[in-house]
Design a binder for this molecule. Structure first.
Ligand code: B12
Ligand code: SF4
Length: 460
């Protein structure tokens, strides 16, 4: 079969940062399993660059049998546009193929998928996509069977991504050399942080590629693609400490040791393992710290203490690992004193970088369902995202959400800027009514101009 896999274009404006353009590795796994089974694959990354392939003769020219679309909640309006474009071609009799949709959005809001879609895959796609393409799928909704032994999967189609035009982002701030490739080596997360939608998408069972396999893939990426660094772009790279230890052991014996960074929690992350990670080439950690208030950490079910945060950041400083720390303000039940504790902890610890994010209810998270059931929100947008009454007041992100330019202040904010920005945002936010009323009372363009002008002034 001829299969086109494609991602959905990013919205023009979003409260989420949509300018990081890295490999869509999940789609990469699907491309690889399809190729391994003998199908011909095509790939168009609309998230990277919008290509309105349904408006020309691409599907007919390539005799595409299936179009498979990666859908995320944030880009879902773009997904709908692709579906309607492909369905339009079918209705006009020009194309006869089938449409399938997968990705995180199908797991959290299946009802939103429009009727012209022939197959909707919830969860993992590797088994499901073969069942669909090889005519074994019996129902429209296919519950993707989990891949229990991830080592049995081929690596994602890095060849397609590495040679892609336009190119993907392949640098990270902390390494002088590039290319830096992303890897995704685990699925699921055993924790239940209430703001996080990962359990809604992946479940709590943690599955992973073995340390040996991760190491082998890195050697291959170094050899075939000249890769200089690896960014483990996944929810919880260190959830299995024995695997981290085995992986580091392999790297320690390697004369061509790769530099790497990963995303993780502060607990469990003992100093001993951090020492080993630093020796094995770990340069940077992206840490979900979330709050400096123990009351909030408990409320969001983070299962860490403020001292855990303190320890890890201080140890990393000693060991030469830079910390990008991520914080959330405005979670349900948070008070002014909790936020003050967060800002003062950031002030005390002075991490390399602090990204401060204003809470938005994401489908699939525990808070989302609580907010919906208790009507604890002032605004629900067209994607179903929930905004609490605090959102506007705390809207550090408001300028990014509304501004026309690319400036997104809460993303990887260098420490020297954060304090000024927070003070400013709190002051500025109070001048405006909550989000719901902004949308009703002001024209968007007025707010856009106000926000972007004032921020530009602040930074100049
Ligand atoms: C790496 C990453 C990125 C990368 C790459 C994105 C990508 N498309 O893979 C970049 C930096 C570009 C990115 C950007 C964003 N991301 Co991101 N990202 C991730 C992360 C950490 C890992 C993605 C991954 O590799 N997963 C592993 C692979 C195996 O899974 P997968 O990609 O979902 O694909 C599997 C299945 O979904 C399915 N499948 C996928 N597509 C299709 C298509 C068909 C036809 C079929 C049959 C099956 C199928 O099969 C695949 C293989 O099993 C996830 C968290 C997570 N655990 O997934 C968040 C995640 C996907 N991101 C998220 C968000 C919100 C964003 C952004 C809005 C940025 C932001 N500010 O947060 C943008 C939007 C990007 C987009 N294209 O939609 C959310 C999405 C939530 C939602 N409900 O949609 C997630 C789930 C994290 C979270 N907070 O919950 N992200
Ligand atoms: S925030 Fe991180 S640790 Fe918590 S549930 Fe989500 S992925 Fe797991």
């Amino acid at each position: 079969m001829n299969v086109l896999l494609t991602t959905s274009p990013a919205p023009a404006k979003s409260p989420f940062f949509c300018n990081e353009k890295r490999f869509p590795l999940g789609v990469g796994f699907l491309l690889s399993v399809l190729r391994r089974a003998g199908h011909k694959v095509y790939f168009i990354d609309n998230f990277l660059k919008l290509t309105r392939f349904w408006e020309d003769d691409f599907l007919m020219r390539k005799e595409i049998d299936f179009v498979g679309i990666y859908a995320s909640t944030i880009c879902f309006n773009g997904t709908k546009e692709i579906i309607s474009g492909c369905d339009g071609l079918r209705k006009s009799g020009r194309w006869r193929g089938k449409i399938m949709v997968g990705g995180p959005h199908t797991s959290v809001d299946i009802e939103s998928i429009p009727p012209p879609v022939d197959f909707i895959v919830r969860g993992e796609g590797e088994h499901a996509i073969l069942d669909i393409v090889e005519d074994r799928a019996l129902t429209k909704i296919v519950d993707g069977k989990r891949v229990e032994k991830l080592d049995e999967l081929p690596p994602p189609a890095y060849d397609i991504f590495a040679n892609h035009q336009p190119p993907y982002e392949n640098t990270v701030e902390c390494f002088p050399d590039n290319p830096v490739f992303t890897m995704n080596t685990s699925r699921g997360c055993p924790y239940t942080c209430k703001f996080c939608s990962v359990q809604g998408v992946w479940g709590r069972k943690y599955r992973m590629f073995s340390a040996e396999r991760v190491y082998e893939d890195i050697k291959w990426l170094q050899k075939d693609f000249g890769v200089k660094g690896i960014y483990f772009r996944e929810d919880n790279f260190t959830a299995s400490l024995p695997r981290v230890d085995q992986f580091c052991e392999k790297l320690l014996m390697d004369h061509n040791q790769i530099k790497w960074l990963c995303e993780t929690r502060v607990k469990p992350l003992p100093k001993e393992i951090l020492k080993t990670m630093a020796r094995a080439g770990c340069k940077w950690l992206y840490l979900g710290c979330e709050s400096g208030s123990q009351r909030v950490l408990d409320k969001i079910d983070k299962r860490i203490t403020v001292d855990d945060i303190r320890n890890v950041i201080n140890w990393c400083k000693e060991l030469g690992i830079k910390c990008y720390t991520s914080w959330i303000i405005g979670t349900p039940g948070e008070e002014e004193s909790d936020r003050a504790a967060t800002f003062s902890l950031i002030d005390e610890l002075k991490p390399f970088s602090a990204g401060i994010h204003v809470f938005i209810g994401l489908p699939g998270s525990v808070f989302y369902h609580e907010m919906l059931n208790n009507r604890q929100y002032v605004y629900k947008d067209d994607l179903g995202l929930l905004y609490s009454s605090d959102w506007n007041k705390l809207a550090i992100r408001l300028p990014a959400y509304l501004a026309e330019d690319k400036f997104c202040p809460s993303q990887t904010l260098p420490f020297r800027f954060y304090k000024k920005l927070v003070q400013y945002a709190l002051k500025f936010g109070e001048k405006y009514p909550p989000m719901g009323s902004i949308l009703k009372k002001c024209s968007r363009s007025e707010v856009i101009t106000a926000c972007s002008n004032q921020l530009v002034k602040l930074f100049n």
